[in-house]
Design a protein around this ligand. Sequence first.
Ligand code: NAD
Length: 513
Amino acid sequence: AQEFGIQDALTALGIKDINEGTSTGSKSFSSGEIIESISPVDGVLIAKVKTTTKTDYEKVMDTATSAFNAWRTKPAPQRGEIVRQFGNKLRELKEPLGKLVSYEMGKSYQEGLGEVQEMIDICDFAVGLSRQLHGLTMHSERPGHRMYEQYHPLGPVGIISAFNFPVAVWAWNTALAWVCGDVCIWKPSEKTPLCGIACQNIAAAVFKDNNLPEGISCLINGDYKVGEFMSHDGRIPLVSATGSIRMGKIVAQAVAARLGKSLLELGGNNAIIVTPDADIKMTVIGAVFGAVGTAGQRCTSTRRLIIHESIYDKVKEAVTTAYKQLRIGNPLDEKNHVGPLIDTDAVKNYEQALKKVVEEGGKVIVEGGVLEGKGFESGCYVKPAIAEAENSYDIVQHETFGPVLYLLKYSGDVENAIAIQNGVVQGLSSAIMTNNLREAERFLSAYGSDCGIANVNIGTSGAEIGGAFGGEKETGGGRESGSDAWKVYMRRQTNTINYTTELPLAQGIKFDL
Ligand code: NAD
């Protein structure tokens, strides 16, 4: 990987051989055990990170709490100016950061750059938003009274993120939370701690240049136990957690037990419906990118293709032919389509899924397998696979975080396809490929897709920052990024002002003294 300039990227981002995993900005410290970041690209140790102990965490919380008291008094447009500068720093460091994302997580360099671009885009969005944190005004039923609502900063926001979007998810949360007047404490995935260190270094430099207090951007590192410091901490009014459904259920219960708020962005089981009126060429591009892009490790990756029986063989043939052209290898090399899985545990899950689908009666039509030999030393490279299956299979009902695509057949009306599409516990992303207006509108209607994202003639994978991102059912119900997702980072207050000398009560209630 060194031939792709990894060392220069690490230097540009301030990554050392051993890094302090706890930081309140320019101050870094840590007294916990060490985690090693091993690249799935070549199996080489990139660097080490010292994790956060409870004592370290308490120091972070003290600093974050006092930083919040200062930061919330700064006018929102001035907070936006800081986020604008942060976005500009990301523009300067887009290439090294994109490279680190690719090398530490394993996604293609192009996707690594795309992730940093998403961070830049959400900063731009947040800057505009900093002048638009609007509340409504209402007409009071009482004479001489005025009613309105305003949004105030909420407090320290805890962010727990997954390995597969090791930088963008943090930015989706922080860019909005910062303009809303909150401070942030971030626990990145223990599988991608260096991406966390790099982002924190970039943010810390901006806050320091502006003489702002320590604690507006905080970083903690470690496994689930460090995440639990935050989910159980009553000083954190909002925990934003991205990851598996299993994790979301544990975090949500801990936060709910103290009546805090959680914003959950959990697993998906995304499907594309292919109707008789679909454009097959577009379907193949959308389905193949959706299933094998990021080696099937996106929350929005396409897991199921629900194909009408009349075109089933044609679509099957076109997709399997496309799979033959896929090049698997080092994701920093732009010639390759598919990089590695995050680690060998992920490889085991992928192998088990392929075994299980056969046990349940499915048929593998594009064989999987783990690649060995030169260039595949990390043991994390696998072949994207396709199996014919039934939606009711247990394995199809679960999200396997890897490049396994299930082909499912439907007959009759599009309603039957929608029922299959909705017949899983997850509800993140969904798509229909059709040139038939009636089918498209039915898919988008109140009795159509039950997902947070529903697309027509676009695959399931990826999203723009302008829309609210998230899913229903066991995906957790949270919304991040665009539209009015900012509201979760603020507390809403309704204000009624009486400018008369009388004190009338609401609902005409009389209380004469
Ligand atoms: P994971 O659930 O294993 O870990 C995610 C994060 O949660 C990590 O930082 C981990 O340390 C932390 N964590 C785990 N258990 C915890 C606990 N009990 N308390 C507090 N923190 C805890 O997920 P992963 O393997 O890193 O990521 C893959 C999963 O994330 C997939 O299911 C994918 O669909 C999902 N994901 C969802 C979205 C979305 O926006 N919906 C985005 C990206 C990833």
